[in-house]
Design a protein around this ligand. Sequence first.
Ligand SMILES: Nc1nc2c(ncn2[C@@H]2O[C@H](COP(=O)(O)OP(=O)(O)OP(=O)(O)O)[C@@H](O)[C@H]2O)c(=O)[nH]1
Ligand SMILES: [Mg+2]
Length: 299
Amino acid sequence: MVTWLGALSRTRDAIAGALRRVLRLERPDPAAFEELEETLLRADVAPRLAAEWTEQIRDAYRGLRVSPMEMLSEMLARRLRTAEVHWAREERPLTVLVVGVNGCGKTTTCAKLARLVRAEGLRPLLGAGDTFRAAGSEQLRIWAARVPCDVVVGATGADAAAVAYDALDAAIARGADVMVFDTAGRMHTRTPLMEELRKVRRALAKRLPRAPEETWIVLDAALGRNALSQARAFHEAVPLTGVILSKLDGSSKAGFVYSIADELGLPILFAGLGEGPEDLTPFDPHSFSRALLGLDETL
Ligand SMILES: Nc1nc2c(ncn2[C@@H]2O[C@H](COP(=O)(O)OP(=O)(O)OP(=O)(O)O)[C@@H](O)[C@H]2O)c(=O)[nH]1
Ligand SMILES: [Mg+2]
């Protein structure tokens, strides 16, 4: 049976080909529109109609002021959820608990967060809850000197929950605006370690019932989708309020980021774009999506 598609093949070859060529272009130039109009004329479309169609397509591009690639980046950006963090709260201090698996970038991120708080003219205090390794707390102490800001460090082997209580106590006593509490890295599959996080939360709440207001997970973007299952396990142990992406600069699997809102229902708050102290930036869905498609960042 002859189909519409088959019957029209000769006219279609001419018109559809020219149309596709124009639509595939990011920014069609005048020559492309001329070629389209000529093709329509060759297929015996009336000159007035050919001009009208061509004008309508030109208008569509003009009206949108974006190319198909730009439209795609908008579409992708809409799948991402973010939220602006307001560091200055009426009730001080704001308490932020930072969690994540080993080596995901927690300690570095805590220091970068303290730096952002300071940049707003506010006073951060860092709490070193990594009591597993002497080096863990020492690393945060060095960062604190660089920020600079106050830091509360527990003895190696000390109970992380006790350090959390002390750090919040010091933040209250010293009038800090934000207390950022670093924790030891832990595998999400190790139940006793996840239980320790719950204990840290309880200790904070004992000192200040509303604490911690925020619990943020640092996800190593290099891990791709694996980072999602980690986050789910943490979310079950301690209710998370936001995601920080680290190491976006080294990841080739950042596509998983588009599933965070769907699968975790959490906003992405910040992104680590490098190892330097200034390389943490509020997450921007548009810049992220444009960069992913190789478009420049200026809108
Ligand atoms: N390139 C890059 N490296 C990062 C970023 N964030 C952290 N890192 C590096 O990742 C490594 C681990 O960072 P840490 O902050 O020590 O990670 P952690 O989660 O505290 O590690 P543990 O306490 O051992 O669980 C360090 O070498 C950091 O410099 C980032 O955004 N980009
Ligand atoms: Mg650490």
